[in-house]
Design a protein around this ligand. Structure first.
Ligand SMILES: Cc1cc2nc3c(=O)[nH]c(=O)nc-3n(C[C@H](O)[C@H](O)[C@H](O)COP(=O)(O)O)c2cc1C
Length: 223
């Protein structure tokens, strides 16, 4: 399964079967996390066999999670773009997981922070977690906004731009808000975040989807 296939196949999954993640997949996830941490100067950690973050608390019930025993803790040094960075690298882990036959769900609210399950060093922050495991199902497609609500395009817009924006619409966003907007001029792409819960995390997630489908070699991000 390619990353493009993974983007189409991925939907949030909140109910998992009682099956440990196989060793090969654990190794692949650990390697990916190590690379993300090195590239992004982050402290992302994979937590396995820890059922309490999604135990029988009010919050987990509210979020309709069941059988969650593994998750990725998205931790990094506090800085201006920490949320965006963790969004970008977190989604890289999510799409790798999908190619390995695993399911995931981004979770910013409906989990409990368990002491000693992972490390948050001085000056660091936990931004969100991603539940991970073998789903009871593959989830369901969410309703997407139409293309013209999330980008400016015309007859001259390059094909790679439209491919990128279409892939961005497949990305998970908090409460499916899809509050982002793309514009393109002479190969330079501008991505603006809307106002809403976790909008900066969403921005990083969406950026990763866009890059995969548009092809990094075709454009530059406006900084
Ligand atoms: C940053 C972020 C935070 C999220 N937080 C939660 C959460 O706390 N609880 C929950 O059940 N789902 C959460 N979600 C999952 C979204 O509701 C889900 O991605 C969205 O509805 C789109 O559905 P899809 O992922 O199946 O495409 C979160 C997603 C993102 C990107």
């Amino acid at each position: 399964m390619t990353l493009k296939d993974a983007m189409r196949a991925r939907h949030s999954v909140r109910a998992y079967i009682d099956k440990p993640i196989d060793q090969k997949s654990l190794d692949a996830l650990s390697l990916c996390i190590k690379e993300c941490n090195a590239q992004g100067d982050l402290n992302i950690q994979l937590v396995t066999n820890e059922p309490n973050a999604f135990g029988k608390s009010f919050l987990a019930h509210y979020g309709k999670f069941s059988g969650v025993k593994n998750y990725v803790a998205l931790v990094g040094k506090k800085c201006k773009n920490l949320e965006e960075k963790l969004g970008y690298y977190g989604e890289k882990i999510v799409l790798l997981a999908q190619t390995l036959g695993l399911n995931t769900c981004w979770v910013a609210l409906t989990f409990k922070k368990i002491k000693n399950a992972f490390t948050i060093n001085k000056g660091e922050k936990l931004v969100a977690v991603i539940s991970i495991g073998y789903g009871k199902n593959q989830g369901v497609p969410s309703k997407n906004k139409p293309l013209d609500k999330v980008c400016e395009f015309n007859g001259k817009s390059p094909a790679w731009f439209l491919e990128g924006v279409s892939a961005a619409l497949l990305a998970p966003t908090a409460i499916n808000q899809q509050k982002f907007f793309f514009t393109e001029e002479n190969g330079t792409v501008t991505l603006t975040a809307g106002v809403g819960p976790c909008a900066k995390i969403d921005l990083g997630i969406v950026k990763y989807h866009f890059e995969i489908a548009a092809g990094k070699e075709n454009f530059k991000w406006k900084v």
